[in-house]
Design a protein around this ligand. Structure first.
Ligand code: ATP
Ligand code: MG
Length: 303
């Protein structure tokens, strides 16, 4: 059980209280740090960033943040040194530790792919049979090759995997791809995607009930932040006779608010839309008679 308590002595009092804190492991610097800290901030959890020490207590929430290299996060959570953590699915799958994924967070999107020199005529995974593949992810690669019935020579290198074919170290590489520009600049082409990754919130499997409760509160807040992130609050005015035509254009909403305006026979229509869908239907809303359309960000959304 990971149920460490922190003793707190209140100011101006000899009273000592036991405060249960959930310890979250976060990447200390690198691609996931900023988005993770922003998510915590949006969820109302403040962490001082001025003194980046290893362990920092959060304000306004019973949590402390343990800053680590991302390689160390899966094991730290599985061991119970941290209760939960934010790490790329790629790193979590590679370590294959005994912890649970509680939520996909959507940011840090990338994929783990096999790439070969661009001149290779690649017929399928059979091309990889007996070849040498350079990677920093031998665990995921060997499981992927096994699932395809391919035997290859996995050559582990920790950095600059993308140059391995160019310098004759390997026939193919298996590495993180996001835009694909690194592959292009190294004369490579992506031929197999083994894993689609994003940042995941992972948790120790043996959290005590009190820590589970704090985790549930955190998840509730994260859900509210994530639900709102790609949504917009949209308001528009329209003559009453146009309202039905406008409602017909608005997609899949439960019940938009329609309110009368001071001006006779005019209404205000309020609704929540996906930002992407809004751009698709804006022209049709105007054609249907909508005027003075306002689009506002939504900070939190409790479903
Ligand atoms: P650390 O110093 O913590 O070990 P790192 O150098 O291993 O950091 P980063 O490059 O900061 O790791 O990447 C962290 C995670 O960000 C990756 O494991 C992956 O999940 C995600 N990611 C998203 N896009 C990319 C990308 N283009 N290249 C590398 N990682 C990416
Ligand atoms: Mg790392």
């Amino acid at each position: 059980m990971t149920c460490g308590r922190v003793l707190v002595r209140f100011k101006n009092s000899s009273q000592i209280a036991e405060i249960m804190k959930l310890r979250i492991a976060v990447q200390s610097k690198g691609r996931l740090n900023e988005d993770t800290m922003e998510l915590l901030k949006e969820a109302g959890i403040k962490v001082s960033s001025s003194r980046r020490t290893l362990l920092v207590a959060a304000r306004k929430f019973p949590m402390e943040v343990l800053f680590l290299r991302d390689d160390d996060i899966p094991e730290t959570v599985a061991d119970g040194v941290a209760d939960i953590g934010v790490v790329g699915l790629n790193e979590f799958e590679e370590r294959a530790v005994d912890a649970e994924i509680v939520k996909h967070l959507g940011f840090g999107a990338c994929r783990l792919s096999i790439a070969v020199p661009k001149d290779v005529e690649y017929p399928g995974t059979e091309w990889l049979q007996g070849r040498r593949i350079a990677t920093s992810y031998p665990g995921i690669l060997s499981r992927y090759l096994e699932s395809k019935g391919v035997q290859a020579d996995i050559h582990v290198i920790t950095g600059s995997v993308e140059i391995a074919t160019g310098i004759g170290l390997a026939d193919a590489i298996f590495d993180i791809v996001s835009s694909g520009s690194t592959l292009v600049s190294n004369n490579l082409k992506e031929v197999e995607v083994a894993l689609e990754s994003d940042a995941v919130l992972i948790a120790n499997k043996n959290l005590c009930a009190e820590k589970r409760e704090i985790l549930d509160k955190l998840l509730f807040r994260i859900d509210a932040v994530m639900s709102a992130s790609d949504k917009k609050y949209v308001l528009m005015n329209a003559p009453r006779e146009c309202v039905q035509a406008i409602l017909d254009v608005l997609p899949g909403i439960k019940s938009p608010t329609v309110m009368p305006l001071a001006q006779e026979d005019w209404c205000s229509i309020h609704t929540v839309l996906d930002e992407s869908c809004f751009w698709d239907i804006i022209g049709r809303l105007k054609d249907a008679g909508a005027q003075g359309i306002l689009v506002l960000p939504i900070e939190k959304m409790i479903l």
